[in-house]
Ligand binder design. Structure first.
Ligand code: GDP
Length: 413
């Protein structure tokens, strides 16, 4: 716990030290206070469980820790959070600046080299379609999920270049998803570190059950999710369940086929994974599969370029005129079917948002547009605009182009 605390402090801009005011000050509190007093960052002492009058005695004792006035709160009842916020507010620098500072301090230079300048590697090409990507300034959030023992911790440690993830038998050390940040190819990446990484926990059965909920939490939090497999076992049912969840949540999916060093017949193994993806995950064609060995490091430098490429696609916005030229072409190639004896006419397509790419299609009699044709459109979009392997959402609306006055033509711009 001490190591974990010191690592956390080394990366933090401020610390909240919590005590249980009902229990009063314990020797362990005093020990932590010592560490904090010697540290370089501001500390706010927080006395929790102060609802009612239950915490009064502990609140007074807390002064003895030498960390200044304790802020009385009740986390459970939501009391005192305003005071806490006030205490924190002056410590908050301008966010972008803060991030830059923090990542510089972390500076895992080893890692910085991985994949740096290698953006021409196979997985990352073919997407340079030149559209605007609405990157905001927030860092990309990455999660590495997968069944126990597939090598997630090994992979993450290789990516970070340091023994960064602590796993241990003590309950509660990495209970909650926390993020570590680092820079790669000039971008800030936040890595979600989930409880699924606690491989050494004592009760394995319980851990496996937890991993499901943890995985979902990590997936929700992330932008890009690396589903890690043990390549010697192939793509198993549980892996597919996780992959499906990633797609349902609208996140960008990458498959890391780990332990490739142990694969006897690489050709057959890759084919098996590809085929499984095609039959079991047809809704996202072209999911990148990166074969690598986290243990030996072989091909590990392929992962981040694939991640960044997927993130770019996930953020990409296609200009409406291009989309509508494409819509004309694709209808000519393969006409929509008849509905009530009349041909369905697709009138207008626009991308209403990214992250994940989301489109609205306007058409006459759209309710009759068969699923197969919708899939044809989605796959067409994927191929034409570099959304391979990404979830695409297509909403259907009856009618014409809503952005054109009703008596001014039919929505062609
Ligand atoms: P996690 O439970 O998914 O975090 O898995 P770990 O990272 O703890 O790895 C489980 C075991 O697989 C460890 O013994 C690792 O050394 C081993 N391992 C991880 N990656 C590889 C790899 O690429 N090749 C081989 N041969 N073993 C690996």
């Amino acid at each position: 716990m001490r190591t974990q605390t010191e690592m956390a402090l080394a990366e933090a801009d401020a610390a909240l030290m919590l005590i249980d005011a009902r229990a009063g000050i314990t020797p362990l509190d005093a020990a932590f206070a010592d560490v904090l007093r010697r540290g370089a960052i501001p500390v706010i002492l927080v006395a929790n469980k102060c609802e009612g009058r239950s915490g009064e005695a502990g609140l007074l004792e807390a002064y003895a820790l030498g960390l200044g006035d304790p802020a009385p709160i009740s986390a459970e009842h939501g009391e005192g959070l305003g005071h806490l916020f006030e205490a924190l507010a002056p410590l908050m620098p301008e966010p972008a600046e803060k991030r830059r500072r923090r990542t510089r301090r972390r500076g895992s230079e080893d890692y910085h080299d991985i994949g740096g300048g290698r953006d021409d590697s196979d997985e990352s090409t073919g997407r340079g379609t030149g559209e605007a990507a609405d990157h905001d300034q927030r860092p990309m959030r990455l999660a590495v999920v997968g069944r126990p023992n597939v090598g997630k911790s090994t992979l993450i440690n290789r990516l970070l270049g340091v023994e960064r993830l602590l796993t241990g038998p003590e309950a509660g050390i990495t209970r909650d998803a926390i993020a570590v940040a680092w820079t790669h190819a000039g971008r800030t990446i936040e890595l979600v570190d989930t409880a699924g990484l606690r491989r050494k926990a004592n009760v394995t059965g319980r851990l496996e059950a937890l991993a499901g909920a943890d995985a979902r939490r990590a997936v929700r939090f992330a932008h890009v999710v690396v589903v890690t497999l043990d390549a010697t076992a192939g793509l198993e049912k549980q892996d597919l369940t996780i992959a499906r969840m990633v797609v349902e949540e609208g996140r960008a999916l990458i498959i890391a086929a780990n332990k490739w060093d142990l694969v006897a017949d690489p050709g057959a193994a890759l084919r098996a994974i590809d085929e499984r993806l095609e039959t079991s995950l047809p809704q996202v064609r072209g999911v990148p599969v990166v074969r690598l060995s986290a243990l030996t490091g072989r091909r590990a430098d392929r992962l981040m370029p694939a991640v960044l490429a997927a993130y770019d696609g996930w953020n990409r916005r296609i200009p409406t005129p291009r989309l509508n030229r494409w819509l004309e072409e694709i209808q000519q190639r393969h006409q929509p079917p008849l509905a009530d004896g009349q041909r369905i006419r697709l009138r207008y397509l626009t991308q209403v948002k990214a992250r994940p790419p989301t489109f609205v299609l306007f058409a006459s009699r759209i309710r009759s547009l068969p699923e197969a044709y919708q899939r044809y459109l989605i796959n067409g979009l994927r191929d034409a605009f570099g959304f391979a392997g990404l979830p695409i959402r297509l909403h259907l609306r009856t009618g014409k182009n809503p952005y054109v006055a009703p008596n001014r033509g039919r929505g062609d711009r």
